[in-house]
Design a protein around this ligand. Structure first.
Ligand code: GDP
Length: 429
């Protein structure tokens, strides 16, 4: 059977930790979208790791880690990550790379940087990892699939020539930057070919066989619903779908095989990059939550940027869970809120004088003001608690209030960054 671990919010909900934990019971872990533009932080017996491209299952000896066709594959980053983990004592993971995944080229990163500079104050807050130019090329049908690295030299050079002709017009006339050369791009592709060759496989056929033989597959999402290009806060979104449904496409499996959608919601909000963020807080209140948040503060795993902070947003999270098709909600970083006397929660949006609990499209979202309800805090450290009943009463009330507002069952509560800091509630997994 297939399970997906995905985010309900703006990303950084703690999906890496939940995937790492569920990896124990999985045979195969698949990344199905996105690239090295976001990171998961994982803490386990080997130490603390920030993964950007490798699936979070790489720490287990029994799992196979798969890069699906939907991923923006940055080959050098992938290999750096493999080196980093093996250099710190993790055994070499079993890795498979889809022959239909496409590769992030150095010029994708270049175009991302040049375009952000050109847009200056109106930029999308890109991590400059080349993701938007990569997906633009994929859908414009001028990307390079892993399988194409194995083409005949003349044929490949011919394609490169056609692709860079268009890029060079932009480089010269829009960005006033040096032109790309076929030879350099060919050399780059050949380096990637050498690196990926041992791992390339027909992933969807491999997963089909795995499903037939009863293997457990875990799909690992990146970012969250609100960064989805269709359903998120467009245009301040990422360039590939962050939804569990896309897992079927980005891994190449039948949609009906996805039986469980574990949707990760953080007990407060954080976001990176620009865009509407209704429950955002500022000043000392935000600094305090940022400093205490996550494990070692709320700063980007890829960029180190301070994240924007806010109270839990029931409107956004209800929507985020619905679009994911949540069967289970994993409610994370609850331990962080233990310092607060009172905890505000956003329960509605006021837009043009009317209150709604439905998450609107961006144009209206930008006008929304938060309707807050304040719940009492529990003022103690809840780390180490293993049973739901042992949580302080006000803490349970917070969980139950959120559950009622979002309308999806919170079956897991994460009360610390470690693999075992988890409280299972209700139906067990
Ligand atoms: P992801 O991209 O969704 O995997 O999220 P990140 O890794 O960017 O951010 C989650 C951060 O919170 C990481 O530093 C985790 O180690 C940490 N974390 C995850 N779950 C918990 C939790 O329950 N409590 C605390 N204090 N930290 C957590």
């Amino acid at each position: 059977m297939v399970r997906a671990v995905v985010g309900a919010n703006w990303g950084d909900e703690g999906k890496g930790k939940i995937t790492d934990m569920l990896g124990q019971e999985s045979d195969i872990i698949v990344r199905f979208q996105g690239g090295a533009n976001a990171g998961h932080t994982i803490i386990n017996d080997y130490g603390k790791f920030a993964l950007h491209t490798l699936p979070s299952g790489v720490f287990y000896g029994h799992t196979t880690s798969v890069i699906g066709n939907g991923v923006a594959l940055n080959v050098p980053v992938l290999f750096q990550e493999i080196q980093e983990i093996t250099g710190r004592g993790v055994p070499m993971p079993k890795i498979l790379i889809s022959d239909r995944a496409q590769v992030v080229m150095s010029y994708h990163i270049l175009f991302d940087k040049l375009e952000e500079e050109r847009l200056a104050g109106k930029s999308f807050g890109s991590t400059k990892s080349g993701i938007a130019p990569f997906y633009s090329d994929k859908y414009a049908k001028i990307g390079f699939q892993v399988s194409e690295l194995f083409m005949e030299e003349a044929e490949l050079k011919d394609k490169i020539g056609r692709v860079i002709q268009q890029k060079n017009v932009l480089l010269e006339h829009l960005y006033h930057a040096p032109a790309l050369k076929t030879e350099d791009i060919y050399k780059e592709l050949m380096e990637y070919k050498e690196m990926v060759s041992p791992y390339v496989c027909d992933v969807s056929s491999y997963l089909w066989e795995a499903l037939k033989s009863g293997k457990n597959i875990l799909l690992e999402g990146q970012l969250g619903t609100l960064k989805d290009p269709d359903h998120g806060i467009y245009p301040m979104v990422t360039s590939s779908s962050t939804l569990a449904a896309y897992g079927a496409i980005g891994a190449g499996i039948p949609p009906y095989e996805i039986r469980q959608v574990i949707t990760v919601c953080k007990a407060y909000s954080s976001a990176v990059g620009a865009g509407a963020f209704v429950s955002e807080i500022f000043g000392d209140e935000a600094d305090e939550l940022r400093k205490r948040g996550g494990d070692g503060g709320e700063y980007g795993a890829t960029t180190g940027r301070p994240r924007r902070m806010g109270w839990f947003d029931c409107v956004a999270s209800k929507y985020g869970c619905r679009l994911q098709g949540a069967t289970d909600v994993a409610f994370t970083v609850l331990d962080v809120l233990g310092y607060l006397d009172e905890i505000p929660v956003c329960v509605g949006y006021e837009i043009d004088g009317e209150v709604t609990t439905e998450f609107p499209a961006t144009r209206l979202l930008e006008k929304a003001k938060p309707v807050l309800k304040t719940l009492p805090g529990w003022k103690c450290d809840i780390r180490g608690i293993k049973k739901y009943e042992d949580l302080p009463e006000n803490c349970r009330s917070y969980v139950e209030f959120v559950e009622e507002q979002i309308g999806f069952p919170i079956t897991m509560i994460s009360n610390g960054p470690g693999r075992n800091d988890i409280i299972l509630r209700g139906k067990s997994l």
